[in-house]
Design a protein around this ligand. Structure first.
Ligand SMILES: [Zn+2]
Length: 150
């Protein structure tokens, strides 16, 4: 519990410290284009983290960043990248589920479209006669008039 809070604090500080380093097109929650999905946003943020890592490496090698700062920031960037990756994986699972559900709905809609509005479902065998008929096409049972499917 205490450790979790400490980690959150460190991540928060890292974001605060790293903010001036971010490029101008860095994430701003309100500035997201509408067509950006949570998944592409996560991937983009991960790219930003990796860019920051590269920048950090560069600045460290150039002697602009102390070894202590470099190691602390690097740790934070890597942690952030790992978190974003996990979040992206979760998001991908959600997206896959959505696609499956959408497909099922589309299939059901297509099936419904194929059936006439007043389907002549046989009360005996359950066969759905595609045409308005007086007798079941499957078992020959006389169908009630204006039978409606529900
Ligand atoms: Zn029948």
């Amino acid at each position: 519990m205490v450790l979790g809070i400490a980690i959150l604090l460190v991540i928060g500080m890292a974001v605060y410290v790293a903010t001036p380093l971010l490029s101008p097109e860095s994430p701003g929650e309100g500035a997201l284009p509408i067509d950006v999905t949570p998944l592409t946003d996560l991937k983009r943020r991960r790219m930003v983290v990796y860019e920051n890592l590269q920048d950090l490496e560069f600045e460290y090698k150039a002697g602009k960043v102390s070894r202590e700062d470099y190691e602390a920031l690097r740790e934070n960037h890597l942690g952030e990248a790992a978190q974003l990756m996990l979040a992206a994986q979760e998001q991908e699972e959600v997206t896959e589920n959505d696609v499956i559900i959408e497909r099922q709905v589309a299939t059901r809609r297509a099936q419904r479209k194929l059936q006439p509005h007043d389907s002549y479902t046989c009360p005996e065998c359950g066969f759905e006669n595609p045409l308005p008929v007086k007798f079941c096409g499957n078992c020959g049972t006389k169908l009630p008039q204006h039978a409606s499917k529900k």
